[in-house]
Design a protein around this ligand. Structure first.
Ligand SMILES: [Fe+2]
Ligand SMILES: [Fe+2]
Length: 228
């Protein structure tokens, strides 16, 4: 097994009901993980975990592309380091969900190539409105994703917090960091979009909409992508 495979398998094992036994035969354990009923041997819902990992991976992927677009325009300005700091955290978020996708054998959304382009265009486009436009975009996106993470946390806690211990820990950590990004956006004049940028005044409403559509489509995977 490769190092990446072993790391992913360790992530999987840690997610399972707090079992502290060492992972001595990772591959075999993953192989017997799911019953045909769609639940794991530990009773974890395959469908719920699939949905959460797929949608969160898509969301983090999109966030990375947005920050990439913003950095392409504003990277050498005074807010460059602020955007870079947020982007670095988004890279960590995406890396974690990449690992979880491997561990749980979850398919990514088929819309990744589309969001690759749209995310970058959204980031660069709002950055072209100036620092305030970029930060307004950040506030809208981060508010939306934090709200989404909160819904997932509620779902998992209602289901069984002990079963989903590490997944909850991951989502809570990322939710807190998204809220930090949201606050950073406000601290850097997200709400000071002036009359010269009328489009930016309505960014929160406009950005939140497509982002929610993105998350919903990603959650449904191929089937959802076709139906929308
Ligand atoms: Fe993130
Ligand atoms: Fe973020």
């Amino acid at each position: 097994m490769t190092c990446a495979g072993a790391a992913a398998a360790r992530s999987l094992w840690r997610l399972r009901a707090g079992n502290q036994r060492p992972l001595s035969a990772c591959g075999r354990r993953i192989g017997v993980r799911f019953r045909s009923s769609g639940t794991t041997l530990d009773g974890i819902s395959r469908a719920a975990v699939d949905r959460i990992i797929r949608v969160d991976h898509a969301g983090e992927y999109g966030a990375n592309r947005i920050y990439a677009g913003q950095m392409a325009v504003l990277g050498r300005t005074s807010v460059g380091p602020v955007i870079q700091k947020m982007w670095d955290q988004e890279k960590d978020h995406l890396k974690k969900f990449n690992e979880l996708m491997v561990a749980f054998r979850v398919r990514p959304t088929v819309l990744l190539p589309f969001w690759n382009v749209v995310g970058f265009a959204l980031g660069a486009g709002t950055a072209l409105l100036g620092k305030e436009g970029a930060m307004a975009c950040t506030v809208a996106v981060e508010e939306s994703i934090a709200h989404h993470y909160n819904n997932q946390i509620r779902t998992l806690v209602e289901e069984d917090p002990a079963k989903y211990g590490e997944l909850l820990q991951v989502i809570r950590k990322f939710r807190d960091e998204e809220l930090e990004h949201h606050d950073l956006g406000l601290e850097h004049d997200a709400e000071r979009v002036g009359p010269a940028f009328p489009c930016a005044c309505r960014l929160r409403a406009k950005v939140s909409g497509p982002r929610k559509v993105n998350l919903n489509m990603a959650a449904r995977g191929k089937k959802g992508a076709r139906s929308l």
